[in-house]
Write a protein that binds this ligand. Structure first.
Ligand SMILES: Nc1ncnc2c1ncn2[C@@H]1O[C@H](COP(=O)(O)OP(=O)(O)OP(=O)(O)O)[C@@H](O)[C@H]1O
Ligand SMILES: [Mg+2]
Length: 459
């Protein structure tokens, strides 16, 4: 298809000359003599290139630039001026792509035109690519192009069209809550409430009232009637977070609502029926918890109707570059910065690290790097020391010859614990959770292996 060029010049011989020269080179030319007509022309159709004189009878070329850009923000405009740099500068400030001064040689002009059209094509290609990436590789704000994440998107697509209970399983920081929100906001219930209930954050004594609400005077401190989370979620979605950490007595209470979709407020006699979609999330292996009798089997079957497993970040490292870009952009916006990317060696280090805190840890790491960096590109020294050191000492390597099995195991155990503590900022309860051991057990190991936790906290 011929590229379309709009010529704007009040000098008739100039219009004629350009028309001839450009038509001969294969462009489709439209020529007008006033800026006003140029703006009108842009409203009617899109031009690949606009070549415009500055001094025109009515509106000047410089004044026309913003009006043209209003209709076509990507318009590529080259101004032609006989009056030297002042006009050219004004035009560039107003958004022109380039300029040349009259008189000009046709060969020179051809080069500038060729470059401008290339830029236009490049912009279009980028836009198409961005759209494609968005469609193919993400679910709005869920980023990731790995095949594992694409499977997750497919599952989300399937389940948003239904009302079935969804169980989302994955390690801490893998994006379970994000997925729960995506399901709700793409379902028929999108306009209705999305209520989150963190199953462990509520003290046992208040739990029943929190879940089901209470009547006035039902217990000391119940000064008025209060609706519980299930009631608030009516017609919408309830998100039961950390479901694997619920006590057995809470499990029994939840089971009844899930089975019967009705309950009474604490101290009340009226039975309330509700219509809610249930989404649950856990970082525990529920099947195992059932076997070990920490989780009710009947509740497990109720919840595990449709499950989505989110893999840990270390198993889909190909998602790291897209996630880094995404978090960089967000950090730039929040902190009014303009960091454009990470250096190649930084990206290598990010690939080497094993991300025990998953996407949340990567997000924190990128934000921190933006704060640390004085430049436009993030370099490895903007990363936390424990991540930087990965590049020098790859994770958990065993010595070539093992002199003592016990010492070697203790050594690797220490590396893993120190590393995990670094990723949690020295918070032992979180580290214990990530490592799948009790806090007590972690405490014993920290002592046995002589790990300095307070240094990790300050470092
Ligand atoms: N694929 C992703 N794309 C963009 N952001 C993500 C993605 N996954 C996680 N995040 C971000 O990482 C952080 C942690 O995600 P989220 O809270 O959903 O994790 P989680 O699995 O619920 O973690 P936890 O088990 O600790 O509650 C959030 O800030 C979230 O926006
Ligand atoms: Mg969560």
């Amino acid at each position: 298809m011929n590229e379309k060029v709009l010529i704007v010049d009040d000098d008739e011989s100039m219009r004629f000359f350009l028309n001839e020269a450009l038509t001969k080179r294969g462009y489709q030319v439209h020529a007008v003599s006033e800026a006003e007509s140029a703006v009108d022309a842009v409203k009617q159709k899109t031009f690949d290139l606009i070549m415009m004189d500055v001094q025109l009878p009515g509106m000047s070329g410089v004044e026309a630039i913003p009006l043209i850009k209003e209709h076509d923000p990507e318009a590529v405009i080259i101004v032609m001026t006989a009056y030297g740099s002042k006009h050219a500068l004004d035009a560039m400030r107003a958004g022109a792509y380039d300029f040349f001064t009259k008189p000009f040689k046709i060969d020179e002009m051809s080069i500038v035109i060729g470059r401008a059209l290339e830029k236009r094509q490049f912009q279009r290609d980028i836009k198409k690519l961005e759209q494609k990436i968005r469609r193919q590789y993400s679910f709005e704000n869920i980023i990731g192009s790995s095949s594992a994440m694409q499977q997750v998107y497919e599952l989300i697509q399937k389940v948003v069209q239904t009302d079935v209970t969804v169980l989302i399983c994955g390690d801490s920081g893998t994006g379970k809550e994000l997925i729960a929100q995506a399901i709700h906001y793409h379902s028929a219930r999108a306009e209705k409430p999305f209520v989150k209930l963190n199953c462990v954050a509520i003290p046992e004594g208040l739990l029943e009232s929190e879940l089901f609400g209470h009547e006035k005077g039902s217990f000391t401190g119940a000064v008025g009637r209060k609706s519980g989370k299930f009631e608030l979620a009516n017609t919408g979605t309830i998100f039961l977070d950390e479901i694997g950490d619920m006590t057995l007595s809470t499990q029994a209470k939840i089971l009844r609502v899930l089975q019967e979709r009705e309950f009474e407020r604490v101290g009340g006699t009226e039975t309330i029926s509700i219509d809610v979609r249930v989404i649950a999330a856990t970082n525990k292996d529920l099947a195992k918890a059932v076997q070990e009798q920490g989780f009710r089997e009947d509740l497990y079957f109720r919840l595990n109707v449709f499950s989505i497993v989110v893999p840990p970040l270390r198993d889909r490292k190909e998602d790291i570059p897209l996630l880094v870009d995404y978090f960089l952009q967000q950090a730039n916006e929040d902190m009014h910065r303009s960091v454009s990317g990470v250096s190649r060696d930084t990206m290598e280090v990010l690939h080497m690290y094993h991300w025990p805190g998953n996407v949340r840890e990567l997000e924190n790491c990128v934000r921190r790097a933006v704060v640390m960096s004085d430049e436009e590109i993030i370099t490895p020294n903007c990363l936390p020391a424990y991540i930087q050191s990965i590049a020098e000492n790859p994770k958990y390597t065993l010595p070539e010859t093992i002199e003592s099995l016990d010492n070697t195991i203790a050594d690797v155990e220490k590396q893993i614990i120190v590393d995990t503590l670094h990723s949690t900022g020295g918070v032992q309860s979180k580290a214990a959770k990530l490592l799948g051991i009790s806090e007590r057990s972690l405490w014993h190991r920290v002592k046995k292996l002589d790990i300095n936790v307070s240094r990790i906290k300050t470092g």
